[in-house]
Design a protein around this ligand. Structure first.
Ligand code: HEM
Ligand code: HEM
Length: 183
C-alpha cells in the first residue's frame, strides 16, 4: 500500500528530522572536540606557555564557559522537539495513527509508537534537567536522558537504512512522497 502524507505531517517530519540531527551534533561536539576538559587543557597549556598557571578545576570552568554557547543549541533544539511532539500528538488525535494490513508495516508502526514514547520521555527528562527540578534524582534523570537519547540516535540510523531498503524494494518514491505528498 502506498501511503499519502499530509502537508502538516510532512512539515512536522522534516522539522523533527532537522531538530534531531542538530541535537545529535550538539551531543557529539560535547563529547569530542568541545569536551570541557579538552578545551580546559588546551587553555591551561597555552596559558602556561605565556607564563600563567591555572589549576585543572579553573581550566574545566573555562572549558564549560567556552562550550556553553554551543550547548545552548541543545536546549533550543530540545525545546523544539518537545513542541513538535505536542503538535504530532495533536495531529494523531485529529487524524489517527497510520495503519496498514501488511504485517511488516504493522511492526514498523509499533516501532514508531515506541519512538513517540521515547521522545516524550526525552522531552520530560530534558526539561527536568534544564529547570533543575530533579532534586536527589538528578543522576537517574541524567542517565535516563542519556541512554534514551542514544537509543533515539540508533533509531534514526535504523530508520534511514529501513527507508533506503523500502525505496529499493516495493516502496520506490517513498522519500519523494515524504517531500511532495502525492507521487
Ligand atoms: C534523511 C533522513 C530521513 C528520511 C529520508 C526519513 C524518511 C521517512 C519516511 C519516508 C517516512 C514514512 C515511512 C512510513 O510510511 O513508515 C518516515 C516516517 C517517520 N520518520 Fe523519518 N526520515 C528521516 C529522518 C527522521 C528523523 C531524524 C526522525 C527523528 C525522530 C524521523 C522520525 C520519523 C517518524 C517518527 C516517522 C513515523 C511517523 C508516523 O507515521 O507517525 N525521521 N520518515
Ligand atoms: C529527543 C530529544 C533529545 C535528545 C536526543 C537529547 C540527547 C541528549 C544526550 C545524549 C545527552 C547526554 C549528553 C552527555 O552527557 O554527553 C543530553 C544531555 C542534556 N540534555 Fe538532552 N536531548 C534531547 C532533548 C532535550 C530537551 C527537551 C532538553 C531540555 C530543554 C534537554 C536538555 C539536556 C540537558 C540540560 C542535558 C545535560 C545533562 C547533563 O548535564 O548531564 N535535552 N541530551
Amino acid at each position: 500500500m502506498r501511503r499519502q502524507f499530509s502537508s502538516s505531517f510532512r512539515i512536522w517530519h522534516w522539522l523533527q528530522a532537522i531538530a534531531m540531527f542538530g541535537l545529535f551534533i550538539t551531543v557529539v561536539l560535547r563529547e569530542s572536540v568541545m569536551h570541557k576538559s579538552q578545551i580546559g587543557s588546551i587553555v591551561k597549556t597555552k596559558l602556561a606557555e605565556m607564563g600563567t598557571v591555572i589549576t585543572d578545576e579553573q581550566a574545566v570552568l573555562i572549558g564549560k564557559a567556552v562550550r556553553s554557547p554551543m550547548w545552548d543549541w541543545h536546549i533550543y533544539l530540545g525545546i523544539a522537539v518537545a513542541i513538535l511532539l505536542v503538535w504530532r500528538i495533536a495531529l494523531i488525535i485529529k487524524n489517527g495513527f497510520g495503519f496498514d494490513q501488511d504485517p511488516h508495516m504493522q511492526k514498523v508502526y509499533k516501532l514508531y509508537r515506541v519512538v513517540y514514547v521515547l521522545l516524550s520521555l526525552m522531552s520530560v527528562s530534558g526539561l527536568i534537567l534544564y529547570w533543575k527540578v530533579a532534586g536527589g534524582s538528578k543522576e537517574i534523570v541524567e542517565s535516563v536522558h542519556m541512554y534514551i537519547g542514544w537509543s533515539l540516535f540508533a533509531f534514526i540510523a535504523i530508520h534511514i537504512i529501513g527507508v533506503v531498503l523500502a525505496e529499493k524494494s516495493d516502496q520506490s518514491g517513498l522519500v519523494s512522497r515524504m517531500i511532495n505528498g502525492a507521487e
